[in-house]
Design a protein around this ligand. Structure first.
Ligand code: 13P
Length: 254
């Protein structure tokens, strides 16, 4: 299981560092076997990484540019993020797709750059409310997978996150059957792309995951973790989600 915290555009330095320290403390009280990555906003990645030093919790970034460097005002390169200690980079988040007009082609270039620098891309896909209501959700996921995943993906350098746009920050989640169906589409696609001898990448669910619903969501067939927004700002709630990931692994293995 992999649990990823996406802090989005939240927290000044003090608040971010305090939250990271709290997480480190929680993690020192009980060791969990699931992997945990925190993606703070770029201005505090370095300090959050320092605050998490000595724990197994890693740091990631929320976005990157697809170029190595140069005249891209306001952007940040994969190399720069690696330099800050990031191991994972989220690409194609629906907020980037909507607010910054990023299409599948751009997402694919970003993911490719992440791989070329030896980091792990967390590639987000998900249908809009309109696509869901018109019965096109699974077709949309298939299109996004075909067009956003570069040929460089493998079992290790890629994580796919299924985040229905309408579930993000809304308190709404798809029902368990809908999540299972979406994850089946994603896993079938990955099975056709990744050599049979290799394990499949993590496939995360994201969208209004919190300490109250994570137990059920993480037990859904095909779900191998969560991408958590709002609830990741509360270390106690976030840690509860991580603990449910541990329970889900044990149940799935039993
Ligand atoms: P919420 O957990 O706040 O719905 O956000 C989900 C998300 O966008 C994580 O990337």
């Amino acid at each position: 299981m992999l649990i990823v915290a996406n802090w989005k555009m939240n927290s000044l330095r003090r608040e971010g560092i305090d939250r990271a320290r709290k997480l480190r403390l929680l993690s020192s009280e009980k060791e969990l076997s699931c992997n945990i990555i925190v993606c703070p906003p770029a201005h505090i990645i370095h300090e959050v990484r320092q605050a998490l030093d000595g724990s197994d919790i890693g740091v990631g970034a929320q976005d990157c540019h697809f170029d190595d460097g140069g005249a891209h005002t306001g952007d940040i390169s994969v190399k720069m993020l690696a330099d800050l200690g990031c191991t994972h980079i989220i690409v194609g988040h629906s907020e980037r797709r909507q607010e910054h007009f990023e299409n599948d082609e751009i997402v694919k270039m970003k993911a490719k750059k992440v791989h070329s620098e030896g980091l792990i891309s967390i590639i987000c896909i998900g249908e809009t409310k309109e696509e869901k209501e018109s019965g096109k959700a699974l077709d949309r996921l298939h299109d996004q997978l075909s067009n956003s995943l570069p040929e460089t993906i493998n079992s290790i350098n890629t994580v796919v996150a299924y985040e229905p746009c309408w579930a993000i920050g809304s308190g709404l989640t798809p029902n368990h059957k809908e999540i299972e169906d979406a994850h089946t589409v994603i896993r079938d696609f990955l099975k056709r792309t990744i050599p049979k001898t290799k394990p499949l990448p993590y496939v995360l669910y994201g969208g209004s995951v919190n300490g109250n619903n994570a137990e059920g969501l993480l037990q859904i067939q095909g779900v191998s973790g969560a991408l958590v927004g709002g609830a990741s700002l509360d270390p106690t709630d976030f840690w509860k989600i991580c603990q449910y990931a541990e329970t889900a692994v044990n149940l799935k293995n039993s």
